[in-house]
Design a protein around this ligand. Sequence first.
Ligand code: SAH
Length: 224
Amino acid sequence: MRREQDELHRGIGMTSQRTRERLIQRLYEEGLSNAQVLEAIRRTPRHLFVDEALAHRAYEDTALPIGHNQTISQPYMVARMSELLLAAGPLDKVLEIGTGSGYQTAILAQLVERIFSVERIQGLQDRAKERMTELNLRNVVFRWGDGWEGWPALAPYNGIIVTAAASEVPQALLDQLAPGGRLVIPVGAGDVQQLLLIIREEQGFARHVLDAVRFVPLLNGPLA
Ligand code: SAH
């Protein structure tokens, strides 16, 4: 059993360690340089976060479907957003909006003290939970809810990451940011959005407009 599990995590063929190393090399060449982030990506078996039929593509630097019209984020974006979140030093309390497959969650769980992750689709959340257990990541707490509201009961957060595109920055997330806290969020209504880094300062917020990005939308309305 133990051996089978090792093999499952390590992967074979198109999910082998060598295939993974190529992805890390590519991210590095694209300018991602946070060694801890790259190491977390190297260690994390992304093929366990997609359907078996897509496992052979898990180490391509691309988003892939995860059902319910949603996608697992592209490794480049996961690395980029993690770097932005961690750029000012370690974080102890992070809120994530849009758990999806749980891949970004799993990467962050290895880099920060505690993660609180909100998802509106219960089926996705259930699978993500199973994956955290399987990978023995115990510092993640999940909530089924609407990310526009954040998770007020546990605020404030030192970092907030949103992995779906919001038409505007949700006020609740700004309110739930601790002093010095960092919010990384794609904003825009069209196919292409802007990645923003917003930092809570003593008075007000500093807002940095970064890359052009493509995310599925942060949805409103009833939970599915
Ligand atoms: N980081 C995830 C990306 C998932 S895609 C991964 O790597 O797998 C974006 C996710 O945001 C989807 O799972 C979608 O259901 C979720 N989402 C969209 N609108 C939301 C909302 N208002 N509240 C919470 N989650 C939301």
